[in-house]
Write a protein that binds this ligand. Sequence first.
Ligand code: HEM
Length: 81
Amino acid sequence: MADEITTSFARDIRPMFTDIDVEHMKRLSIDLSSYDDVQSYAHAIYRTVSSGTMPPPGTGEPWTPEMCARFKQWQRDNCPP
Ligand code: HEM
């Protein structure tokens, strides 16, 4: 349905990345503030946050199951901007 509410990168996903996440991962050439990058690396990003590998211990709180589920739902929605 055209008016069905789905997830959105700007509203639901972007705010889950902290300034530290963005800054550090930019050095490794993944810009977590960029729709294009997060969309292209979505599978790898989901893997790291859901396993607790990212963000690394000491650099931020691990993602909660709710945050991981929200990211997964965004992938299922075909990554709307
Ligand atoms: C494509 C998925 C990702 C890969 C392959 C990846 C890989 C890496 C690697 C190799 C490092 C440097 C080594 C280390 O400190 O462990 C690193 C650092 C870091 N990553 Fe990621 N990362 C990914 C996604 C993410 C995500 C989604 C977040 C945040 C939610 C994140 C947050 C960070 C932070 C904060 C650091 C800095 C750690 C420090 O300086 O001590 N990364 N990442």
